[in-house]
Ligand binder design. Structure first.
Ligand SMILES: Nc1ncnc2c1ncn2[C@@H]1O[C@H](COP(=O)(O)OP(=O)(O)OP(=O)(O)O)[C@@H](O)[C@H]1O
Length: 232
């Protein structure tokens, strides 16, 4: 849960203030974040994954089965790293796979780092149709194949929270729907929660339980992007 969060980004030419008055993600919930280009969606995921610190924050509570309820503002970096590694998987839009490792190594790497329960490797890669690609390196894969690899890497960890930044942006529409069916079913079956950033309104309507939208306004010459809950 985030309350009273603010982050300023940009330079003298273009500056934007991202405001999150209140955001909540419940267990087994699938929440979508939508809004125009540059409104702050990826920055919000960076803050939730604790990779980027807000400038202002009233409350930033993470509640997990393994660690209990914690206010991130008061945690040391070491605890934040552990919390992230054991509870959160972040699917970057580009896939975020390491170029010098094969797809198999990229997916397996996280299983060595993470403590606790994990999903079955073969079952996940087969369900995503990437079993024949496992010996290839990311540069030998298409954008959509890299995204499937990144989804497999997240699902194998069985984290409590999955953050997905436009995970189907490089896929054709049928592959995108199949991937979303797979991802959302597994998220709910394993008791995880999912935050998905997407520009695809039909995917959002079909798969999200709730939607938050960033609205950008000019106030006294300042660009302000504010998050609010939207009707699906
Ligand atoms: N590291 C950075 N330094 C300076 N400005 C940044 C940085 N990262 C992002 N920004 C700016 O912050 C704003 C929010 O960026 P962000 O990537 O979060 O938007 P987004 O909603 O995810 O965009 P898109 O839909 O295009 O992916 C943008 O206006 C961008 O120019």
């Amino acid at each position: 849960m985030l309350t009273g969060v603010e982050k300023k980004l940009g330079d003298l030419d273009h500056c934007i203030t991202i405001q999150i008055p209140h955001f909540e993600l419940r267990q087994r919930e699938i929440v979508a974040i939508v809004g125009s280009n540059g409104c702050g969606k990826s920055t919000m995921l960076d803050m939730i994954s604790m990779l980027c610190k807000p400038d202002k924050v009233e409350q930033f509570i993470i509640c997990t089965d393994s660690s209990g309820e914690k206010d991130v503002q008061f945690l040391k970096d070491k605890t934040i790293n552990q919390l992230r590694r054991n509870n959160i998987a972040y699917i970057l839009q580009s896939g975020g796979l390491l170029e010098f490792l094969t797809l198999r190594q990229n997916i397996s790497l996280v299983t060595k780092l993470k403590k606790g329960k994990q999903a079955n490797f073969n079952e996940i890669v087969e369900s995503l149709g990437i079993e024949k690609l496992l010996n290839k390196k990311p540069l030998q894969l298409s954008g959509g194949q890299r995204q499937k690899g990144a989804v497999a890497r997240a699902l194998i960890q069985q984290p409590e929270i999955i953050l997905a930044d436009e995970p189907t942006s490089a896929m054709d529409s049928l592959s995108a729907v199949r991937l979303m069916e797979n991802l959302t079913t597994r998220v709910q079956d394993s008791g995880s929660s999912l935050i998905i950033v997407s520009h695809d309104n039909s995917l959002v309507k079909d798969f999200a339980h709730r939607v938050y939208r960033f609205t950008v306004q000019q106030i006294n010459g300042e660009t302000i992007s504010t998050l609010h809950e939207d009707l699906i």
